[in-house]
Design a protein around this ligand. Sequence first.
Ligand code: SF4
Ligand code: FES
Length: 276
Amino acid sequence: MTDVHDEVSTVTVTVNGREIRADPGELLIDACERTGTYIPRFCHHSRMNPVGMCRMCLVEVDAGRGPALQPSCMVPVTDGMSVDTESEATKKAQEGVLEFLLINHPLDCPVCDKGGECPLQDQTMAYGPGETRFVEEKRHFEKPIPISDLVYLDRERCILCDRCTRFADEVAGDPLIHFMDRGNNTQVNTFPDEPFASYFSGNTVQICPVGALTATPYRFKARPWDLEETVSTAWTDSMGSRIAVQSSRNRVLRLLGIDADPVNWGWLSDKERFSF
Ligand code: SF4
Ligand code: FES
């Protein structure tokens, strides 16, 4: 068996003083994660094209011209590259990005359906500044609004990461959810009279890194720490997709897709996801 990371076909990168080997072209964020160094992220998803929307993955990269902050989800590794994911500059940048993201995001995790399983909440605790200097009014939208029979949208919680919109366009092929308006008024939404009528809409709820998209059948039914989970195989699709069956008090409350490389990559059809 050949080693996919053998010395001939790979490049050497130094991450926090430790040498790792990576395939040429592999994204820095993925190479670091594969070798044990997690870089925080919101927009990056290994099954979709990188877009560099959120800047949470900024790290100090030296590719031969001196260290500079670069978004690691947009930078392919090159031989001799040196990366510092824990430097003062990196920490300050990550704190700054979180402080900016929280300018408009409500600070009401205890009443948010995503609380306890929210990447924004977790990464704010791990990498955030601890307090905000923003005292002005946050922006407001009518909320939550149903964008289909299965999905509710809370635009105040959205951090404009482009995950749902990319999924709908790139993966499902149903570009029915979009960014609208510009600058501080940018919002994610569906067009009037065009509901989010995709057979795969539930995947956007699963990959949304905040509580902006929630599934009607699950909203406020449970907290994640109350759920028991059993890994299983999808029963209504013909692919044998991997799923996590989550239940509480002997009632199934939610099905999530699991990323199984030969099968469903974490995606599920709505027919499967909401089949119980
Ligand atoms: S709704 Fe969620 S997934 Fe979509 S852009 Fe906003 S934060 Fe990202
Ligand atoms: S994860 Fe890299 S810019 Fe969002």
